[in-house]
Design a binder for this molecule. Structure first.
Ligand SMILES: [Zn+2]
Length: 553
């Protein structure tokens, strides 16, 4: 039998082999057809279909076509297979006497690697489309324009892709203006609404920077063209990466009023462009199987590229702003979790894990093992799995590539960051400095380092066995402080000021820390003003505000 999932549009379906419709769920628009003659492996069956929206009414818009700025993706069309879409909240399920719902399979389940998480009903596809629109509009689909013509009052566009793509595509149409540029042999275009030209330079710069970073660090770009296409905010405030085609909401790019001044934030028209272009690698070349942790391979790595490009193009200060926001968002969002929080590599697809925690983790990793080393491992991984046929890759496969280049002394990082939920509570307790006879300064720092783990419900623990944890207790303390066993390398920083009162780095080095309570003395050349333990908040720390302390003399 055949499962056909569709929407509530007026549709016709026709198979080229005889079938019986045995179930038609008109509420969920899900049909089951029985084939008169069974289909054998490797055999084919053709489905012809038409989809037409119900007429719009005065209170309900049934068409996804708008007068200027249509954005439609392939969800308009039917798909094969069981659609999922079950109730996920266990309390609600209990009310209806349903068992707890099955979440995605674990990446170690080798029987579950047959589909990508993007599409259940197709592997890599050949794509060709003819789209027609109003005479005064441009219609866009993935691929390269083969032909354009006018017939009656319609304008036609014929697009064809020259390589295999994911079963994931979109159509846009509007009265567009076009700005063009070039990056090496790649033709760059931005299609925008007349007058919405505020951030075209920022977006073009983002496309180029991401193409440069990804192609020089991972693998060549697979297309000869890359386009950003504006759509109106009524369709949402996001951007989305399709093969060589990036629909982008006016909201977060074209009409955005970006404040990226010294005191301001990050240039999001720029960095959203970077993130989406990075998906041409991390989704459109490497796509994870439909199991837990799949989005680490797409969203976390696109965020990692974004952070690295921000650091390269806009400087360390902007990068730190991005990191701090990621940390704060992660810490806040996880408190709202209703179902469970898994470790990054087994995540259920929550944004605060695959974007925010993912960006923190990959950034920290690049700091610990080196950006070049990490990117080499990523590049080796891309070569192994890009455009692969099933079984598809998983987060375990990626982590194994990272393990290969990680020294034993830093293996704990991979446990902490990928395989468990581990949070630090690092803070400076006391600090003072003293000017020495030779003109240098001696800085004493008393600080605490500890970390704990969380299970999926947010309960804290310090290790699986007793010897996994360490304690610290003084006579005055009623209860000891605990930590997961430490042999951790953590930045200690000492900062001064230049003549304009800007912070300068006098000392920054990773120290091996093996106890909760620590005292250290460091000599620096210039007058110190502030000290810090993990002062740049590279680690996931429940309180990022107490990592630094001013020196009181
Ligand atoms: Zn993304």
């Amino acid at each position: 039998s055949l499962f056909l999932d569709h929407n509530d549009a007026i549709s016709t379906f026709e198979f080229d082999k005889e079938t019986d419709l045995v179930l038609e769920d008109t509420l969920y628009n899900f049909d089951i057809y029985r084939l008169k003659k069974p289909l054998y492996p490797g055999d084919s069956l053709k489905l012809s279909f038409s989809v037409k929206n119900k007429p719009n009414t005065s209170i309900r818009k049934n068409s996804s076509v708008v007068s200027n700025g249509t954005f439609i993706n392939n969800r308009l069309f039917p798909t094969f297979g069981y659609p999922g879409g079950e109730l996920t909240d266990d309390k609600t399920r209990e009310k209806y006497d349903l068992p707890p719902n099955k979440l995605k399979p674990h990446p170690s389940d080798s029987t579950a690697l047959g589909n990508t998480y993007i599409s259940k009903d197709a592997d890599w596809i050949d794509f060709e489309a003819t789209v027609s629109t109003s005479k005064d509009q441009i219609a866009i689909a993935p691929g390269y324009l083969q032909k354009e013509w006018i017939e009656g009052d319609r304008r036609y566009f014929h697009y064809k892709m020259d390589s295999k793509i994911l079963n994931f595509y979109a159509f846009n149409s509007a009265k567009y203006e076009v700005v063009q540029d070039q990056w090496n042999d790649v033709k760059l275009e931005i299609y925008y609404h007349k007058d919405h030209d505020y951030n075209l330079d920022r977006m073009m710069k983002g496309m180029k920077a991401a193409l440069e970073y990804c192609s020089s660090n991972f693998s060549p770009y697979q297309h000869r063209q890359l386009r950003i296409i504006e759509f109106p905010r009524t369709s949402g405030g996001f951007a989305q990466s399709f093969p060589n085609t990036v629909p982008f909401s006016e909201d977060i790019g074209f009409i955005a009023k970006v404040d990226d001044s010294e005191e301001g934030g990050n240039d999001y028209a720029f960095f959203v462009s970077v993130h989406e272009v990075a998906h041409q690698w991390w989704a459109h070349q490497v796509i994870g199987a439909d199991v837990l942790g799949a989005t680490m391979l797409s969203e976390s790595l696109s965020e990692y590229v974004t952070l690295k490009v921000i650091e390269q193009v806009n400087g360390k200060k902007k990068m730190r702003k991005f990191l701090k926001r990621s940390l704060d968002t992660y810490l806040t969002q996880r408190t709202f979790e209703r179902k469970r929080e898994n470790a990054l590599m087994y995540n259920d697809g929550q944004g605060y894990i695959h974007y925010q925690k993912g960006s923190l983790v990959f950034y920290a990793l690049s700091d610990y093992i080196g950006e070049k080393t990490l990117n080499k491992a990523l590049s080796k991984y891309v070569k192994k799995v890009a455009f692969q046929e099933p079984p598809y890759t998983t987060s375990i496969d990626l982590l194994n590539h990272i393990k290969e280049v990680t020294p034993d002394s830093l293996n704990y990082l991979l446990d902490d960051m990928f395989e468990t939920i581990t949070l630090y509570q690092n803070r400076v307790v006391e600090t003072k400095s003293e000017k020495l006879d030779n003109g240098k300064y001696k800085v004493d720092i008393e600080f605490k380092v500890s970390k704990y783990r969380n299970d999926e419900k947010g309960r804290a623990f310090y290790g699986d066995r007793e010897k996994d944890s360490i304690t610290y207790q003084t006579d005055e303390m009623k209860k000891p402080e605990y930590s997961v066993f430490l042999e951790d390398y953590i930045d200690i920083g000492i900062f001064g000021e230049d003549d304009d009162e800007n912070e300068t780095e006098l000392y920054l080095k990773k120290h091996k820390i093996s106890s909760i309570h620590n005292k250290i003395s460091i000599i620096v050349d210039k007058e110190p003003k502030e000290v810090g333990i993990d002062p740049y908040n590279k680690l996931i720390d429940t309180n990022s505000e107490d990592n630094r302390k001013k020196i009181e003399n």
